[in-house]
Design a protein around this ligand. Structure first.
Ligand code: S3P
Length: 165
């Protein structure tokens, strides 16, 4: 029985949104996708927010989104950069269980290359550098899961972990 918030973190392309939605459905818990929540609240796409107000403004919206979460058990898929700004990784760990969906740079990039809705996604080398810079923060998660697996395998791993909490 999951009684707290579960945060999924990791790079773009790691499957946080798809896995999060499936996990929430299996656990019968609410699901929040921070990117989606911000877009809904702002009435603009992430790309528009970056373009019109800049990245720093988007990062403030992300932090506010986490601070405004309801105090109920839920599954939260975090935008890729969210844990890496301010002290958000520690904030997430104070608020619930943090799980890192990890996969190789090659696999992640292959899944998302060319997606123009992601302003931080440029060429492979930039993506690889961003991943390297963020890795130390992602590794502070309480648990890491191999995101190269099928969604069913990932969910099984997640449920096994959560059942032992
Ligand atoms: C970002 C990842 C995106 C989104 C924004 C910035 C990042 O979320 O928050 O485009 O800095 O890695 P996903 O990880 O869900 O793609």
């Amino acid at each position: 029985m999951v009684k707290e918030r579960v945060f999924l973190i990791g790079m773009m392309g790691s499957g946080k949104s798809a896995v999060g939605a499936e996990l929430a459905a299996r656990l019968n818990l609410p699901f929040v996708d921070t990117d989606q929540a911000i877009e809904n609240k702002e009435g603009r796409s992430i790309a528009e927010i970056f373009e019109q107000d800049g990245e720093a403004s988007f990062r403030s919206l992300e932090q506010a989104c986490i601070q405004e979460l309801n105090a109920v058990a839920q599954v939260v898929a975090c935008g890729g950069g969210l844990p890496c700004f301010e002290n958000n990784i520690e904030l997430l760990k104070d608020l619930g269980l943090v799980i890192y969906l990890e996969a190789s740079t090659e696999l992640l990039y292959e899944r998302i290359k060319g997606d123009e809705r992601r302003p931080k996604l440029k060429d492979f080398d930039t993506f690889a550098l961003l991943k390297t810079e963020r890795e130390a923060v992602y590794r502070k998660a309480q648990h890491t899961i191999d995101a190269a697996q099928s969604i069913d395998e990932i969910i099984a791993d997640l449920l096994a972990f959560l059942n032992h909490q």
